[in-house]
Design a protein around this ligand. Sequence first.
Ligand code: AMP
Ligand code: ZN
Length: 139
Amino acid sequence: MADCIFCNIISGDIPSCKVYEDQEVLAFLDISQTTPGHTLVIPKEHVRNVLEMSESTASSLFKRIPKIARAIQKSTNAPAMNIINNNESIAGQTVFHAHIHLVPRYSGNDGINITYTTNEPNFEVLGKMAEQIAQEVNL
Ligand code: AMP
Ligand code: ZN
């Protein structure tokens, strides 16, 4: 897609620091370097995000993640890593070509705060929610 920044990285029209490439997938350093080694893994096919991704694209994208993550870990000696994916603006997506963030973590107080609020469980509500999703998954 001509006006997509990541498609332009794939074609080489915009420079990037590549760490892995094959026919379906490209990985390169995120320009922000949230922590040293922060990497993005993207499908070469232009797809907006995981919500619009086919199973075959997801399969080729996600199956490369462990190998690339381990290579980052070996090179940086980071003892931990967050693997993050944002879908749509409300969730923090700013580039609308699907990408997975690999963020090496060096300490628990490096300014990154990924926490999930815990609510008191209401098992009746949970049961209904699970039922609805389960029905959709099988459609
Ligand atoms: P997100 O907010 O999940 O959509 O993440 C988009 C990411 O793309 C951000 O972390 C940016 O730093 C990164 N980014 C934007 N432009 C470039 C670029 N030209 N090269 C590398 N990373 C980029
Ligand atoms: Zn694109």
